[in-house]
Design a protein around this ligand. Structure first.
Ligand SMILES: Nc1ncnc2c1ncn2[C@@H]1O[C@H](COP(=O)(O)OP(=O)(O)OP(=O)(O)O)[C@@H](O)[C@H]1O
Ligand SMILES: O=C(O)[C@H](O)COP(=O)(O)O
Length: 396
């Protein structure tokens, strides 16, 4: 797979797929610009070579065509600041305006096209739509690791129109290299910390990890399915009753493979799902019927931290509790502190995208871990051993 270091972009128009699917608040302010920052080095390299950049991305999951809520115009200002260039904007990603603005773009200039998903053809992987996109540029660059697990027109199909001129951007290359480092050449002990809401979202990753890790720590909402499966009383805690047998199977598999599967033993037990809930720290298998566990407890935090601090490779995907509420962020913070300490001692730590990255950023620790992925589902699928269409499409 070629990267952008294999080409001088002088005199070229680079059609660059980025993942600018960033969280916006009610005033359309970007609440986490990690994905924009991540794509900046690629864009800047092309500009430094004297090339012009035509950016394409999706934003959200628009269902009824163009809407203001999902317009990429909302990120033009911040993107211009990050790049130090006045980014031009096309109100469509194909058609007259896109063609004209792309054609008149000069070296050192940047054009951002409107949201690709305003056309159903994007997610359908429509060839005709991909060809219209392809006509806008001379070479194709994919730097959208976060969307690489989608076989869409702009992430995979379009590459066929650039048989000799398709490149991975720096972010795409870094994401793959860091995921490989963890999955294929981990320095041991290798510990994975899985959290978040549902076992069902992470089953395939957990199964893939059981062949790779020394320790598998399970926290967050998904832990209660494991506690319930072995007869614990979990009250109103989050649980997937149709996954109890699966949970027991995973515990058994871990045992057979000699993996140390670590579950929390205590929880912050609340009388309601709210930041101002009445809460106490107690065993997570004796939760009263009218209460629920919303964070791992102090004993579990200490136990998890102990294992993390003795590890040389760390993968973390999913928060330990409802970290959005400060009352239930202690477990996630304790894990983040331990990951940072291990990293400072020389361990390699990879943080999965989405909520885990948001938690690390909330605690101001992004610079103190080895790598924060921009991929949520894409990273999970890559680590499950799946071929990502956006990566495959770049291969010669
Ligand atoms: N004990 C719990 N009870 C209820 N919800 C929980 C609990 N622990 C964590 N959560 C919730 O889980 C959500 C995150 O899990 P989710 O599976 O949605 O994403 P994730 O695992 O972080 O994956 P990604 O990092 O890709 O977003 C958070 O919104 C958090 O509030
Ligand atoms: O946020 C993500 O995971 C990527 O931008 C992909 O978005 P999607 O799940 O809507 O395809």
């Amino acid at each position: 797979m070629k990267t952008i270091d294999d080409l001088s972009f002088s005199g070229k128009k680079a059609l660059v797929r980025v993942d600018f699917n960033v969280p916006l608040d009610e005033n359309f302010n970007i609440t986490d610009d990690n994905r924009i920052q991540g794509a900046a080095p690629t864009i800047k390299k092309i500009l430094a070579d004297g090339g012009a950049v035509i950016l394409m991305s999706h934003l959200g999951r628009p269902k009824e065509g163009p809407t203001d809520k999902y317009s990429l115009k909302h990120i033009v200002g911040h993107l211009s600041q990050v790049l130090g260039v006045d980014v031009q904007f096309a109100n469509d990603c194909i058609g007259e305006e896109a063609i004209e603005k792309s054609a008149s773009l000069k070296g050192g200039e940047v054009l951002l096209l409107e949201n690709l998903r305003f056309y159903k053809e994007e997610e359908k992987g429509d060839v005709g739509f991909a060809e219209k996109l392809a006509k806008l540029g001379d070479v194709y660059v994919n730097d959208a690791f976060g969307t690489a697990h989608r076989a869409h027109a702009s992430t995979a199909v379009v590459a066929q129109f650039f048989p000799n001129d398709r490149y991975a951007g720096y972010l795409m290359a870094a994401e793959i290299n860091n995921a490989e480092k963890v999955m294929n050449k981990p320095e041991r002990p290798f510990t994975a910390i899985m959290g978040g809401a549902k076992v069902s979202d992470k089953i395939q990753l957990i199964e893939a990890l059981l062949d790779k890790v020394d320790n598998l720590i399970i926290g967050g909402g998904m832990a209660y399915t494991f506690v319930k499966a072995r007869g614990g009383e979990i009250g109103k805690s989050l649980v997937e009753l149709d996954k109890l047998d699966l949970a027991n199977e995973l515990v058994k598999k871990a045992d057979e493979k000699g993996v140390n599967l670590v579950l929390p033993t205590d929880a912050q037990i609340a009388d309601k799902f709210a930041n101002d809930a009445d809460t106490y720290n107690g065993p997570n298998d004796q939760i009263p019927a009218d209460r629920e566990g919303l964070d791992i407890g102090s004993e579990s935090s200490e136990h998890f931290a102990e294992i993390i601090s003795a590890s040389n490779t760390l993968l973390w995907n999913g928060p330990m509790g409802v970290f959005e509420f400060d009352t239930f962020a202690k477990g996630t913070k304790a894990v983040a502190d331990a990951v940072v300490k291990a990293t400072e001692r020389g361990a390699f730590s990879l943080i999965g995208g989405g909520d885990s990255a948001a938690a690390v950023s909330k605690f101001g620790m992004t610079e103190h871990v080895s790598y924060v992925s921009t991929g949520g589902g894409a990273l999970l699928e890559y680590m499950e051993g799946k071929v990502l269409p956006g990566v495959k499409a770049l291969e010669d």
